[in-house]
Design a protein around this ligand. Structure first.
Ligand code: ZN
Ligand code: ZN
Length: 351
């Protein structure tokens, strides 16, 4: 089969590799119908994720069709159309029983690491894929949900909702700010309404992304390069700052923005993947009663979000801005990597 193979920082190719085989009785093999590229894949290609070794097939998001099932798999069959979660779940360990799949203790990849696809084992940017612990790690797609929508459930919708909205403890009436209006930030804005956010302020340097954000639930937007950016945000609150500030980029500057705009008693939810240390001014913050949260997605809300997508309650259709075929994988990477110019949100890659 063909797959997108990582060959060290800055190097990748779409090339022939061996077909995946069933390795454990709880595995399934999935023919990839649709995959996509995540900002995390770009981090890997920069060399920011050294656990990814040369030869690894990248990608952790897929919708596909089961072509083979292991002997222990009883609830899935060949021909089932499924969403592959970006997080493995053995279903048996103490973390899985608590819904904290991000830290699944199953041996696959590494014990205690939920994100294994395209990280510690071969991933989804390929014609076929082996999914471990399949019964707990894939979700059947209801009829009527197209791949374009279903693919957003592998990672970005659960990530925005769980790590941004739920960890940020968004509650009815809250004024929230989302710093970064890329796919994850937009997924956060899209799901913040589920918890009753009243005002959703999109903060991004890119004017196109600020404008797009309104289609995903943002009620206001602020350019953080404006001289009075902070005053603009405070004017949208009761003057004391936002209830919840959500970081959706993963750099020190955007985390710092969150710290500057959160009100006393408020929450800062970090969603971004950081590659560098962030300065935390505890000497100023301690007296403000701020909660700070962070995490890797569990995808334990995937099934609930899928119900909402099936009923067209979330504007996921607007995320897929560019379409490619699997053999155009390298073009898809190029388009996604130049998102500021191409205006790409999610690039959808199908067979
Ligand atoms: Zn991702
Ligand atoms: Zn587990």
């Amino acid at each position: 089969m063909k797959a997108l193979v990582y060959h060290g920082p800055g190097q990748k190719s779409w090339e022939e590799v061996p077909d995946p085989q069933i390795q454990a009785p709880t595995d399934v093999i999935v023919q990839v119908d649709t995959t996509t590229i995540c900002g995390t894949d770009l981090h890997i290609l920069k060399g920011d994720v050294p656990a990814v070794t040369p030869g690894r097939v990248l990608g952790h998001e897929a919708v596909g069709t089961i072509t083979e099932v292991g002997d222990a798999v009883t609830t899935l069959e060949v021909g089932d159309r499924v969403i592959v979660s970006c997080i493995k779940s053995c279903g048996k360990c103490t973390f899985c029983k608590d819904g904290i799949y991000a830290h699944c203790l199953g041996d696959e990849g590494a014990s205690g690491v939920g994100w294994v696809l395209g990280h510690l084992i071969d991933g989804t940017q390929a014609e076929y894929l082996r999914v471990p612990y399949a019964e707990n790690s894939v979700y059947k797609v209801p009829a009527g949900v197209p791949d374009d929508h279903a693919i957003m459930l592998s990672d970005i919708l659960p990530t925005g909702f769980e790590i941004g909205v739920l960890y940020g403890q968004v509650k009815p009436g809250d004024v929230i700010a989302v710093v970064g209006a890329g796919p994850i930030g937009l997924a956060t804005m899209m799901t913040a309404g589920l918890q009753g956010a009243s005002r959703i302020i999109a903060i991004d340097l890119d004017a196109n992304r600020r404008e797009q954000a309104h289609k995903f639930g943002a009620t206001h937007d602020v350019d953080p390069a404006a001289a009075d950016w902070k005053e603009q945000i405070f004017a949208l609150t009761d003057g004391l700052g936002v209830d919840v500030a959500i970081e959706a980029v993963g750099i020190p500057a955007t985390f710092d923005t969150c710290i500057k705009i959160v009100r006393p008693g408020g929450n800062v939810a970090n969603v971004g993947v950081h590659g560098k240390a962030v300065e935390l001014p505890l000497q100023d913050l301690w007296i403000h009663n701020i909660n700070i949260s962070m995490g890797l997605v569990n995808t334990n809300t995937l099934a609930m979000l899928l119900n909402l997508v099936a009923e067209k309650k979330l504007p996921v259709d607007l995320l897929a801005t560019h379409h490619f075929t699997l053999d155009q994988m390298m073009d898809a990477y190029d388009t996604f990597a130049r998102a500021a110019q191409t205006k790409a949100l999610k690039v959808v890659i199908s067979r």
